[in-house]
Design a protein around this ligand. Structure first.
Ligand SMILES: Nc1ncnc2c1ncn2[C@@H]1O[C@H](COP(=O)(O)OP(=O)(O)O)[C@@H](O)[C@H]1O
Ligand SMILES: [Mg+2]
Length: 175
């Protein structure tokens, strides 16, 4: 029996399904669950924009962290389109990442998982997921088969593909 599950989320609906499955297993078998997110400074952002609730998230983190972003444009497009990540966008990406993890941890708790931790990292997404899973001591990784990307013709996302091909533990890709 598996003892520690690692689930990766980019905040997408498919990743939320992965969190559901991972949390359900963790709850049923009283397993440790680590939820991981890889932060993308600089390039990510067109994907972040696709999250329907990103604007809401920004408001949330702004209020909660008491952080004021004086130059946040009305739409997030301007900020996220920056080629060089400014200090403000780095902070924002970090806070949005924290919020993605917080929502996923809430979701897991609602599913009845009790031993839940969160982690974030950066760098190549698949490599970072594999490293975090190893660091957490996970022997099973759960991912979504797609994420926030828009390459519809690919049946499997590139992160999912690389994790499935490279991991040396069991990987479950959720549809
Ligand atoms: N930045 C990220 N942090 C954590 N997990 C991620 C990240 N990006 C993708 N994933 C995981 O990989 C899965 C597949 O995403 P991906 O391969 O990027 O597909 P797509 O090309 O559709 O975005 C997601 O459902 C999620 O579980
Ligand atoms: Mg993606």
């Amino acid at each position: 029996m598996k003892t520690h599950i690692f689930v990766a989320t980019d905040g997408s609906d498919t990743a939320a399904k992965a969190v559901d499955l991972a949390a359900d297993l963790a709850a049923r078998y009283d397993l440790d669950l680590t939820i991981g997110h890889v932060l993308h400074f600089g390039r990510p952002s067109e994907e972040l924009q696709r999250m329907a609730h990103v604007e809401h998230m920004i408001e949330e983190v702004r209020a909660k962290a008491g952080v004021d972003f004086p130059n946040v444009p009305d739409t997030m497009l301007g900020l996220f389109a920056e080629t060089r990540p400014g200090e403000e966008s780095v902070r924002l990406v970090t806070l949005v990442g924290d919020e993605i993890l917080r929502l996923a941890a809430d979701q897991a708790a609602n599913m009845g998982a009790t031993k839940v931790k969160t982690m974030s990292s950066q760098g190549d997404t698949a490599d970072a997921i594999l490293d975090m899973a190893k660091e957490a001591g996970a022997d099973m990784i759960v991912i979504g088969h797609r994420g926030l990307g828009r390459l519809k013709r690919a049946w499997l996302g590139s992160v999912a593909q690389k994790v499935l091909n490279t991991a040396d533990c069991t990987v479950v890709s959720v549809r």
